[in-house]
Design a protein around this ligand. Structure first.
Ligand SMILES: NC(=O)c1ccc[n+]([C@@H]2O[C@H](COP(=O)([O-])OP(=O)(O)OC[C@H]3O[C@@H](n4cnc5c(N)ncnc54)[C@H](OP(=O)(O)O)[C@@H]3O)[C@@H](O)[C@H]2O)c1
Length: 287
């Protein structure tokens, strides 16, 4: 039995969709903290088990009979490492044989503005290794899907306004990661492997602006403001302070080239080229 956590979210949900095309629903379980959110999966025949990363007992129960666990990193930042550790401990108690964990790929992350935040992923990987359970680490690059959050819904009016300098990113589309995860979950040879998962080209935010200029048929400028200007503009636009800080941290890490990584693993796992950023941006902004 496979169990996918985070299946009520974007990545986990997409993984289950791909799995349902490959194996019977009766071989798939998910962990959900809210049964109502997983009702569609239940209708499709998926075994919905209720549990929360904050609650060890719930996970020990939910992981019974599970051989392979896809542990999607938590989106709840309150004691995130503790949540992951509890999930690993529960997996060990329940006799899970293999954990696939979705972390992050970054160059020299310790020197970045988001070192503490990203360090939780690497600490989780260490904890899984120490558990002795067979692992596969998906070190995901920055999702292309976060771009609309970073540059807004209307870049034709606002321009691409983000303090990322000339830094580049190997943006990867979340759907591609999900398909690759489903492929790994249904095949062998991934035991104790670490996979950097990136798109197949690097893009600066000037490149993003150039693609958007093509899509809109007019020049979309790229503006890389200093920190006070960025904070003031987003505050005026009503963006919550915590969110401004997170966006700035990711932009600053980009500016300092921490996301400048390309790796062919995703293409190998998919058996085709990953989706390009042009195609992704057209799907979002080209309507
Ligand atoms: N590489 C990147 O660029 C990037 C960008 C964004 C996020 N991420 C990471 O990748 C993960 C997956 O991305 P996503 O887009 O699928 O995120 P998402 O849509 O926010 O989904 C997160 C999932 O985690 C579940 N979850 C949160 N807290 C939990 C808890 N305490 N116990 C059990 N489940 C819990 C959520 O359940 P509910 O539905 O009940 O909330 C949801 O199913 C995120 O959680 C985050 O760690 C990476």
């Amino acid at each position: 039995m496979l169990l996918v956590t985070g299946a009520t979210g974007h990545l986990g949900g997409a993984v289950v969709s791909f799995l349902l095309k490959k194996i019977p629903a009766s071989e798939i379980a998910v962990l959900a903290r809210d049964a109502a959110k997983a009702s569609k999966l239940k209708e499709q025949g998926v075994d919905v088990r209720i549990g929360d990363y904050h609650n060890s007992e719930s996970m020990e129960k939910a992981f019974q009979g599970v051989d392979t666990l896809l542990l999607i990193s938590s989106s709840d930042f309150n004691d995130r490492l503790g949540q992951h550790k509890r999930a690993v401990d529960a997996a060990k108690k329940a006799g899970v044989q293999h954990i696939i964990y979705t972390g992050v790929t970054m160059k020299d992350y310790q020197k970045s503005a988001i070192a503490e935040f990203m360090g939780q992923h690497f600490a989780t990987e260490d904890y899984i290794k120490e558990s002795g359970i067979t692992y596969t680490f998906f070190r995901n690059g920055l999702y292309a899907d976060v771009l609309p959050m970073f540059i807004g819904q209307d870049p034709a009016t606002t321009g691409v306004f983000i303090p990322a300098g000339e830094g580049k990113v190997g943006f990867v589309v979340r759907e591609d990661i999900a398909e690759a995860l489903a492929n790994v979950l249904t095949s062998t040879g991934h035991e104790n492997k670490t996979y950097p998962i990136t798109g197949s080209a690097l893009y600066s935010y000037a490149d993003v602006a150039a693609i958007l200029s093509e899509i809109y048929g007019k020049t979309v400028p790229y503006i890389s403001p200093d920190q006070p200007t960025f904070f003031a503009a987003l505050k005026e636009a009503g963006v919550p302070e915590m969110y401004i800080g997170v966006t700035y941290g990711f932009a600053d890490a980009t500016k300092h080239h921490h996301f400048e990584e390309l790796d062919p693993t995703l293409e190998k796992l998919l058996g085709r080229k990953p989706l390009s950023l042009d195609v992704y941006l057209k799907s979002v902004y080209g309507k």
